[in-house]
Design a protein around this ligand. Structure first.
Ligand code: AMP
Length: 419
């Protein structure tokens, strides 16, 4: 029989490493919970049109990377390539905008993009995503950025940079876009890049190929063409960030892969990751709610890649030895001991002591080896003579000291010893 491997661009997260994955996910979301963000879960697939409209037809994500399929009812569905569009759909569908604003939401989940796999870039990856919806206030932009910073601080990450810019709004961006297109039309560009300049000229600014980048040094920049409103908004965001002690780099050429961003836009870039260096990013989006059939309200948020954050932590040497899963290990000798041992196991767990058992009818030697491997501090050895005495041998696996403890006191004793 042929056997299977995980599909190209995907991977399994196995224990004990998976414990670190969960810890990273929880650390990244802890500051959000403290700031009043509520957890939201939306479907892994949505109507294809939601992403086409929400993320933007001209983006690589929509035009090249979506996992789109027709279901048995003839609907076109797409596995979500990002979380914001689904959250906005829920915000509109459930009229969350009718309540207290901003609506603060966070989600954690799988995303799917048909990308060329490489280190840090996968076809299935996990993001922590947060959104503050319905309020256009520079102080909120600062809160959102600060919460991203707080998540990384929670993990002890330091070798990253916050890159910040403003992408203007529906008033000033179109004018700038035209200026940029005029400029790009005068350059010596290949067919494909010329096509991109027509469709999505801001993306050309992001072109890292030396022959293109060399021609872009004099390109007009959005930050030099902001309207008064956008300029004021950006100045205020930066003032708040300064007040909060947050440092950043001005990144006037920063362009993100999704179309909907306006005004404040940012990325967290780690210096230990090679080509795929963005560990998170986000920004404000003025038009998204309206574009998706909702009220004309603004929102701001970010998405952090959990898998990439984990890579960044490894790069900084922040991932330690995995913690032992269990603290006590029950070793029964004989059938009678087995039955009482299984009860003891439950008693230990009821006392909140993580405990395991020598399953599989092992010999004493095999069972003690299993106890050692489990990382447990205590082995509870239950022989026939002990059983007749109503006791068990409690062995400290770090010192090899052993003593008899009455069965009725055992779970409590282990709990006390461990506390
Ligand atoms: P985006 O939704 O493209 O703004 O990405 C936000 C974050 O998700 C990035 O900064 C990455 O950390 C992560 N990310 C995006 N695409 C991938 C991918 N293909 N594989 C792993 N992580 C990704």
């Amino acid at each position: 029989m042929t056997s299977f491997t995980a599909p190209k661009g995907t991977f399994d997260t196995l224990p004990p490493d998976s414990a670190t994955f969960l810890a990273v996910r929880d650390a990244l979301t802890a500051p959000l919970r403290r700031a009043g963000y509520g957890y939201i879960e939306t479907p892994v697939f949505e109507d294809t049109a939601l992403f086409a409209r929400g993320v933007g037809e001209s983006t690589d994500v929509v035009s090249k990377e979506m996992y789109t399929f027709t279901d048995r009812g003839g609907r076109s569905l797409t596995l979500r390539p990002e979380l914001t569009a689904g959250l906005m759909r829920a915000f509109i569908e459930h009229k969350l905008y009718a309540g207290q604003l901003p609506v603060k939401l966070y989600a954690v989940g799988s995303n799917f993009r048909y990308e060329r796999p490489q280190a840090g870039r996968y076809r299935h990856f996990t993001q922590v995503d947060m959104e503050a919806l319905g309020v256009d206030d520079p102080a909120l932009d600062a809160e959102v950025v600060a919460l991203g910073v707080a998540g990384f601080a929670e993990l002890g990450l330091t070798n990253y940079e916050l890159q910040l810019t403003s992408l203007g709004d529906a008033g000033c961006r179109p004018q700038y876009r035209e200026k940029l297109q005029e400029f790009l039309a005068g350059l010596d560009l290949d067919e494909e890049t010329r096509r991109r300049a027509g469709l999505n000229p801001l993306r050309v600014l992001d072109d890292k190929r030396p022959e293109v980048a060399a021609q872009l040094t004099e390109a007009p920049l959005m930050v030099d063409h902001l309207c008064d409103d956008c300029q004021k908004h950006y100045d205020e965001v930066r003032e708040h960030l300064r007040d909060l002690g947050i440092t950043w780099t001005e990144a006037p050429r920063l362009v993100r892969g999704l179309d909907y961003y306006t005004k404040t836009t940012y990325e967290f870039v780690h210096n230990g990751l090679g080509a795929q260096s963005a560990i998170g990013g986000g920004g404000r989006y003025d038009g998204l709610s309206k574009e998706l059939g909702g009220p004309d309200v603004s929102g701001i948020g970010y998405a952090v890649g959990v898998d990439r954050t984990l890579l960044a932590m490894r790069a900084e040497g922040l991932v330690g030895e995995p913690q032992a899963k269990v603290r006590a290990f029950v070793v029964p000798l004989g059938d009678e001991a087995r039955r009482r041992g299984l009860q003891l196991l439950t008693e230990l767990r009821n006392e909140n002591v993580a405990a395991d058992f020598a399953f599989g009818g092992k010999s004493l030697k095999g069972a003690m080896k299993a106890a050692d491997r489990s990382g447990a501090r205590y082995a509870v050895v239950l022989g026939e003579r002990d059983l007749a005495d109503g006791t068990a041998q409690l062995k400290d696996l770090t010192t090899a000291e052993q003593r008899a403890v009455p069965l009725t006191d055992l779970a409590r004793t282990v709990k006390e010893l461990l506390s």
